[in-house]
Design a protein around this ligand. Structure first.
Ligand code: SAH
Ligand code: SF4
Ligand code: F3S
Length: 445
């Protein structure tokens, strides 16, 4: 039995999948009697949950490891564990073995449920324990999660990815696509509703292909209808949608299901058909724009966000201008923009005509100069409207200012009392900025 006074901290990089994995690890550790701490100096166990999607995510982890070495010297009983996507790569595990010998436990993305065993084994042995699985095997259900908020929750609906976009490391770190059984998802969300949760975000690398790995014929649209019927849940979100799989049936379901929020994150990555082909994205610029038009025609108040990569190998100035063209035509509410980052082991890493860093930076700046005024303009259209907002937290600098999100996932700041946190309120928007909205709580329409 682990002493109940032991403390843990988890540092997390990467996407919502990783954030939710960290919530599960917290759940597991607290069921063992561990107590959470924010202070690394106080911790008996520090876990680094890593991301490999771009080079800078990797650098941050090595930076942190340097710092942890000093802590370990001061407190030799400290257990340091590293997991997450970086650990799925043998070359990186070898670097850790070679250069960071003070690390105690290495595990991967497929076996976080083994954490109690790994810690117990470590307490018996002093050598570095390495346990990384190449693929997931069966989905493990019933891992307790200690969620960050008490009113909104991440729910995995599927794991892994089969798409192999040529730049992307995720299919190698998360394995093949596997959907959870609909009953398991619905039961988890029913339990969340019983505990008072109001919002769920359904997670998958490509939620639109939900169900393909199951024996039953269920689609993502069917799943939305099932979840929409769960009493107590008031908002349903989902991430991410691959444009190649977004069906008419799904657009209709989003429109019909009153709890499904009016927001689609629909990464297009690049505008030129030549680059889209090299990226293995399986749609053209024209098909993407057609899809955007269809979505906006069906759901006029939809908020549309996206991911864009600049400087993919072989991207010419003309290719890049096609990206700018999509941005102007689709009028995104906001976008995540990335400089292409070489990921060893992916097909794009071996492509010729890699783009020099200074050109990537110039293109990124040009892209932001087009994107930002559009985001600002989209937000200004909400001036004087009344928005439904789920109150999330107080401002870090001023405890009388609350923040929350609209159904369209826009961040709103307004004055209010802290007991509104976790509740849905109406806010009249009276100031709009590029990234945020400001307003006042109102009772009327
Ligand atoms: N499954 C999701 C997102 C996965 S990663 C999807 O397909 O939309 C999140 C984003 O990181 C991607 O959408 C892409 O824009 C970006 N990304 C992935 N690999 C990258 C790389 N090698 N260089 C730069 N950006 C990358
Ligand atoms: Fe990566 Fe493409 Fe899969 Fe998204 S769909 S995780 S970008 S391979
Ligand atoms: Fe990063 Fe792994 Fe997510 S590589 S983006 S943490 S799936």
């Amino acid at each position: 039995m682990i002493n109940s006074s032991k403390r843990y901290t988890i540092l997390t990089w990467g996407c919502q999948m990783n954030e939710h994995d960290s919530e599960k690890m917290s759940g597991i550790l607290e069921s063992l009697g561990y107590i959470n701490t924010d202070k690394k100096e106080e911790a008996d166990l520090i876990i680094l949950n890593t991301c490999l999607v771009r080079e800078n995510a990797e650098f941050k982890v090595y930076g942190n490891l340097g710092e942890l070495k000093a802590l370990k010297r001061e407190n030799p009983d400290l257990i340091i564990a590293i997991c997450g996507c970086m650990m799925q790569k043998k070359e990186i595990r070898d670097i850790i073995k070679e250069k960071y010998k003070f690390v105690d436990i290495i595990f991967g993305t497929h076996n976080i449920h083994k954490l109690p065993e790994l810690i117990a084994n470590h307490n018996q042995h002093t050598r570095m324990i390495i346990d990384v699985w190449e693929d997931a095997g069966n989905i493990v259900e019933g891992i307790p999660a200690k969620r960050k908020y008490g009113f909104k929750a991440f729910v995995n609906i599927m794991y892994g990815c089969n798409n192999f976009c040529s730049y992307c490391i995720v299919p190698y770190t998360r394995g093949r696509e596997k959907s959870r059984e609909p009953e398991d998802i619905v039961n988890e969300i029913k339990n969340l509703a019983d505990e008072g949760f109001k919002e769920v975000t359904l997670l998958g690398q490509n939620v639109n292909s939900y169900g393909k790995s199951l024996d039953s014929k269920i689609t993502f649209a069917d799943l939305l209808y099932l979840i929409n019927d769960i009493d107590g849940i008031e908002r349903i979100r989902f991430m991410t949608s691959h444009p190649k799989d977004l069906s008419d049936e799904l657009i209709y379901a989003i429109k019909k299901c009153n709890k499904v929020c009016e927001h689609i994150h629909l990464p297009f990555q690049a505008g030129s058909n030549k680059i889209l082909k090299l990226m293995n994205r399986k749609y053209t610029k024209e098909q993407y724009l057609e899809l955007v038009k269809k979505i906006k025609d069906e759901i006029p108040n939809i908020s549309l966000t996206t991911d864009i990569i600049v400087g993919f190998p072989g991207e010419t100035e003309e290719d890049f201008m096609e990206t700018i063209d999509i941005v102007k035509k689709a009028e995104f509410d906001s976008a995540f923009t990335f400089l292409y980052s070489i990921r060893e082991g992916t097909p794009a890493a071996k492509m010729e005509n890699q783009i020099p860093e200074e050109i990537k930076h110039k293109r990124l700046k040009k892209l932001l100069d087009v994107l930002n005024p559009i985001s600002h303009d989209k937000n200004s259209q909400l001036l004087n409207t009344v928005q439904e907002v789920l109150v999330e937290e107080t401002s870090k600098t001023d405890s009388t200012i609350l923040s929350g999100r609209t159904r369209t996932s826009k961040l709103v700041h307004f004055e209010g009392d802290t007991d509104l946190i976790g509740k849905i309120v109406k806010v009249k928007i009276n100031n709009t900025k590029t990234w945020t909205l400001e307003g006042t709580i109102t009772n009327g329409e």
